[in-house]
Design a protein around this ligand. Structure first.
Ligand SMILES: C[S@@+](CC[C@H](N)C(=O)[O-])C[C@H]1O[C@@H](n2cnc3c(N)ncnc32)[C@H](O)[C@@H]1O
Length: 250
């Protein structure tokens, strides 16, 4: 029996180069580092292991429990704390040198008011010389006219014992609200391809256009310092599929 978080860790390994990118900013930060939507600690734990003073904030108790277990298993990590909380409304009583939101977690905020609440909260938790770094995918204009529902096989992932996991997303788009409602299913198949288990979960993302994000950041009192189209720091341009932003309090 596997849990949602086991399937999450098996299939959600980040974007090419994202961990190294965030590590660079974390090491350069003049103060402690806070990760919002830290999940099961994919980014948080290795950074803490590398000696960075880390706090991970996560809304899901299940994800957080897995992060704590993984950190305990890694052993000997100092300066790491996990907090159950909501990035739209948190008060940690201290300020950070860097606040990061890797792996598009910002898109879990489904209304402009929620996005602004989170950004204003982040601003209050940043030192004057602190930075906010995060990434979101670039919505493809094709989404605005292609079919409003689709089922996609996202990938096949081998388990050690010869079994494998198929990950499917059924996505419904609400173009007016800019929402993608995703029903994700993990199907575990034995060596003969016979399904042993299906675990399903739902989440909704609000996709954000780059210009929209600039306005939101300005409204929340930030200035954009850097922007990239890849974690190798390619310039952001019309071909970019990812939008990576480095901002600071204005
Ligand atoms: C795509 S995962 C990213 C996990 C981790 N940062 C990583 O890079 O692997 C998004 C995470 O954001 C969390 N999340 C969603 N809404 C949140 C909120 N309002 N406050 C805090 N965490 C939230 C989800 O529970 C999920 O664990």
């Amino acid at each position: 029996m596997y849990h949602w978080t086991d399937y999450y860790d098996l299939t959600q390994q980040g974007l090419a180069g994202d961990s190294a990118f965030y590590e660079e900013y974390a090491k350069a930060a003049n103060g402690e580092v806070l990760e919002l939507g830290c999940g099961t600690g994919r980014v948080t734990i290795p950074l803490a292991k590398a000696g960075i003073h880390m706090t991970g904030l996560e809304i899901s108790q299940e994800m957080l429990a897995k992060a704590v277990t993984k950190a305990e298993e890694a052993g000997g990590i100092e300066h790491l704390s996990f907090i159950q909380g909501d990035m739209r409304q948190f008060s940690l009583g201290k300020k950070f040198g860097l606040i990061m939101i890797p792996y598009r977690s910002f898109l879990h905020l489904l209304h402009i008011q929620e996005q602004l609440k989170a950004l204003r909260c982040i601003r209050e938790h940043l030192q004057p010389d602190g930075k906010l770094v995060f990434n979101v995918f670039v919505p493809h204009i094709k989404h605005l006219y292609e079919e409003s529902e689709k089922l996609t096989l996202r990938g096949m992932y081998p388990l050690q014992d010869g079994q494998e996991v198929a990950m499917y997303d059924f996505t419904r788009y609400d173009y007016f609200q800019q929402l993608a409602e995703v029903t994700r299913s993990y199907e575990r198949l034995d060596k003969n391809g016979k399904m042993q288990e299906r675990v399903t979960g739902r989440f909704t993302l609000r996709y954000v256009f780059p210009a929209e994000l600039h306005h939101l950041l300005r409204l929340a009192g930030f200035k954009v310092l850097e922007r990239y189209g890849s974690f190798a720091k390619a310039p952001f341009d019309a071909t970019s599929t990812e939008f990576i932003i480095v901002a600071s309090p204005a």
